[in-house]
Design a binder for this molecule. Structure first.
Ligand code: GUN
Ligand code: FE
Length: 401
């Protein structure tokens, strides 16, 4: 008797795969075969000359293989470590004020509208579709203070198949827009309800994340309770830190007993190896050392930092202190996604560098590395012909969503 046949594969692709590995920042693998099983896991990535043995072992036929053309390649899906879903409605506008004034003039009044589920459904559906279409296979979302529409965002994410963390925003201080804040005890109770109800949905790839907005929006009591909640359920945490100098001064004034902003989060159990803090432009070396010690990550947001003139993150300094840094990584998912290693889930973009409406041109002198680079610098969703999350094709959108 021979060994039993494994279940049929969901996909076998043959062509070029571009990713980064521990040893190489960019690896271009031409003439390779990649197999994905029906749980969405990559089961092999080998040179095409291994086809016969692989076909025997995994039980696929030549006709099951999807052949890429020589101007297509697969790359890993993109990860957005910090995105505010409700702010998508005004993205690209209203960047004429510094952070604190921007929050009170535009952001808080807009977020207050997400009590309305029809409004929330429209914007949340659009942000999920737009980001998926642009190749974001994983995103870490801030929603708003409203539990029900934050749960609605999670439902929409599950429906469209994006991998995500979703945070119900917590804030119990807001003197400028008092209608957009919570009572401390309600914020904690609603966060518990949010986490419980989201976990009960058992969405395979949408998880809750504890989300105190930032120092100036929270009392110490709220931070303390959220830290305990994160610890009790071993949850991820996201917030903002040291984005602009005025914000830091407010934090110093509100919390004089703490040495610095990082200590405020740390002493309240919010700085852990499952924490991602956005911006962090003005952290001292001492604070970076604490980030490193706790294994907490920084989400670098250069576009926002420039738009609101908040500051410039010294990336070299962050890396020197061995702090995890992501434009789009460091969510602690590196053993699940990030490249095409066997055992990881297949989150991938099929790139067509010669799409009919491609925003860039290729010339005979371009080698493949140039082609990849042109896509990275000049390409957009017109070049992203298909998007996969855990082996499931999520773009083009299925007619059922
Ligand atoms: N700090 C607290 N809330 C926000 C927000 O919504 N956007 C940015 N950029 N910084 C914040
Ligand atoms: Fe933010």
């Amino acid at each position: 008797m021979g060994s039993p046949q494994p279940p049929p594969l969901a996909h076998v692709f043959r062509g070029t795969f571009v990713h980064s590995s521990r040893s190489e920042p960019m690896e271009i693998l031409h003439e390779h075969l990649l197999g994905v099983d029906d749980s969405g896991t990559i089961v092999f990535l080998e040179q095409s000359d291994q086809q016969e043995q692989l076909a025997k072992k995994w039980g696929f036929r030549t006709s099951d293989i999807r052949e890429l053309s020589n101007y297509e390649f697969f790359m890993p899906g993109m990860v957005d470590t910090h995105i505010h879903a409700p702010q998508y409605s005004f993205t690209g506008t209203r960047v004429d004020l510094p952070l604190l004034q921007w929050l009170t003039t535009y952001t808080f009044p807009t977020e207050a509208k997400y009590k309305d589920s029809d409004f929330a459904e429209e914007v949340y559906t659009r942000v999920v579709r737009r980001t998926l279409k642009n190749g974001t296979t994983t995103a870490c979302y801030f929603a708003t203070i409203y539990t029900d529409t934050s749960l609605l965002l999670a439902e929409i994410l599950d429906k469209f198949g994006q991998r995500a963390f979703v945070g119900k925003v917590c804030m119990d201080v807001n003197d400028s827009v008092p209608q957009y804040k919570e009572i401390t005890a309600d914020s904690v109770r609603e966060t518990e309800r949010f986490v419980k109800e989201l976990l009960e949905k058992k969405y395979p790839r949408v998880q809750p994340i504890i989300t105190p907005r930032f120092g100036p929006s929270c009392t110490e009591d709220l931070l303390h309770a959220l830290g305990n909640l994160a610890q009790a359920h071993d949850l991820h945490v996201q917030s903002h830190i040291s984005e602009n100098e005025e914000e830091i001064k407010v934090v110093e004034k509100m919390f004089p007993a703490y040495q610095n902003y990082t200590e405020l989060y740390d002493k309240n159990k919010l700085l852990t190896s499952k924490t991602v803090m956005a911006h962090a432009c003005h952290l001292s070396e001492e604070e970076l050392k604490l980030f490193s010690l706790r294994g907490a990550a920084i989400s670098h947001c250069p576009s926002s930092n420039f738009s609101l003139c908040s500051g410039i993150l010294n990336v070299q300094m962050v890396l020197k202190h061995d702090v995890k840094l992501g434009l789009g990584t460091a969510l602690g998912l590196d053993d699940v996604i990030g490249n095409f290693e066997v055992g990881k889930e297949f989150d991938a973009l099929l790139i067509n560098t010669k799409a009919s409406d491609s925003p860039f041109d290729l010339f005979s002198a371009d080698n493949f590395e140039d082609t990849v680079q042109k896509f990275l610098y000049l390409g957009d969703d017109r070049n992203i012909s298909e998007v996969y999350v855990a082996g499931k094709q999520v773009v083009p959108f299925s007619s059922s969503v």
